[in-house]
Design a protein around this ligand. Structure first.
Ligand SMILES: Cc1cc2nc3c(=O)[nH]c(=O)nc-3n(C[C@H](O)[C@H](O)[C@H](O)COP(=O)(O)OP(=O)(O)OC[C@H]3O[C@@H](n4cnc5c(N)ncnc54)[C@H](O)[C@@H]3O)c2cc1C
Length: 370
């Protein structure tokens, strides 16, 4: 059982990329520290007075950072760029094995057809297909009042499925495999970003193989990124893909507005007697509970509730938790709806229904969790 709090936000901090010089360079900085950098393909030792320069530095190699890297690797125009990925997450070392026989990880994502087509274009989807993932072709949404329900079916829109559910680690490792199998010029720094300098005056630099005119035009167009081992790199474009508490966002001074929803979510993997191909979501007074297929006889639960409720549930037994989940998905707080939204025209007379095949299907009780 895990407590989850927030969605992450990614920020893009763009610097102009000169149309010339789109490859890695070494920037001479008098008196700079020795930088030893672990490269995926090679181990590079920079000299005591040089700092590596990249076209793009992606700070954060989570799902978003790796999706960008794999996309850059797949497009002829961008695959020539030199890219640094900075993240100390051990998952980036590629040594984490995913075993199909292990129960599914509770951290999953629903991927829509648009995301699938993005991952196919980037060449990453074939790696997802080699691991556990599940499709759903039906969806049922209802609430505790018993007033009505909505059902969707992929065949309503002449499709075979509405989406897939995959473990985050499967999606992440697919994106990593995709860039590992390409000849993309990337360097992974297993480090964290500590600080970032954009000050022109701090960059009196001369790039190797550049004429003095080119060199002066490049001045001020690089950000200097200080890493957690004390070394630095330069980048012409910095992408902040470092999650909800983005250091890049903080260092770049982007202002954000936010508020606390006072809601927590319990996420977990559950098992039921038969395979599930439907995405179920029931709205309760304290928040929604969703049951999503994740393959075989497993489903994933994301159950949103108040912090008080989630704290109480942390200390209950597994048996009590199962009872609570089954009640939340079935009869708890209110009755089953007797008619679909299209059948309650008196209540929703203002709402013009676009009647589909599944709109007339009867309400189904979700699979019982065992
Ligand atoms: C319960 C739940 C369900 C969700 N379901 C879905 C869903 O169904 N579909 C969907 O699309 N999305 C879903 N999301 C949202 C989705 O999970 C996030 O939007 C996504 O994981 C964000 O990815 P990210 O790569 O931006 O950030 P993260 O996954 O947070 O990765 C950030 C990375 O940056 C690194 N990092 C942080 N700071 C630094 C630093 N200073 N230097 C270097 N590296 C750093 C971290 O090590 C980490 O690897 C869900 C979220 C939750 C909580």
């Amino acid at each position: 059982m895990n407590r989850l709090v927030k969605k992450s936000v990614s920020n893009f901090f763009a610097l102009k990329i000169p149309s010339k010089s789109l490859c890695t360079g070494v920037v001479k900085v008098p008196g700079s520290n020795v930088a030893e950098i672990l490269n995926e393909n090679e181990k590079e030792n920079t000299t005591s007075n040089s700092i590596k320069q990249y076209d793009i530095a992606i700070v954060g190699g989570g799902m978003v950072g790796m999706a960008l890297a794999s996309f850059l690797a797949s497009v002829p125009m961008t695959k020539q760029l030199s890219v640094a990925i900075i993240d100390s997450n051990p998952a980036l070392s590629g040594s984490m094995s995913i075993k199909k026989e292990d129960p599914p990880d509770p951290r999953v994502s629903t991927v829509t057809p648009a995301t699938i087509s993005f991952m196919k274009d980037a060449g990453a989807w074939k790696y997802v297909e080699q691991n556990r993932h599940a499709y759903f072709d039906k969806m049922q949404v209802w609430d505790y009042t018993g007033l009505g329900y909505a059902r969707y079916n992929a065949r309503d829109v002449n499709k075979d499925l509405l989406g897939y559910v995959a473990e985050n680690k499967v999606l992440h490792s697919a994106l990593l495999s995709c860039i590992q199998d390409s000849d993309f010029k990337r360097t992974i720094y297993p480090l964290r970003l500590n600080s970032m300098t954009l000050n022109r005056s701090s960059m009196s630099l001369v790039e190797e193989n550049m004429s003095s005119r080119e060199s002066s035009s490049a001045q001020g167009q690089c950000a200097r990124l200080q890493l957690s081992d004390g070394n630095s790199i330069y980048a012409k474009l910095v992408v902040g893909a470092d999650g909800g508490k983005s250091r890049v966002r903080e260092l770049a001074g982007f202002k954000t507005t936010g508020w606390n929803y006072s809601q927590n979510a319990i996420i977990c993997t559950v098992e039921h007697p038969s395979e599930n191909r439907c995405a179920w979501q029931r709205f309760l007074p304290t928040g929604p509970i969703a049951l999503l297929p994740i393959g075989d006889k497993f489903s994933n639960i994301v159950w949103t509730m108040s912090p008080t409720e989630s704290n109480q549930r942390k200390s209950i037994t597994e048996e009590e938790f199962l009872k609570d989940v089954n009640s939340a998905l079935d009869y708890g707080c209110g009755p089953h709806p007797t008619s679909s939204l299209s059948g309650t025209r008196d209540v929703f007379s203002w709402f013009q229904m676009d009647t589909t095949v599944s709109a007339n299907e009867s309400f189904e009780v979700p699979p019982k969790i065992t």
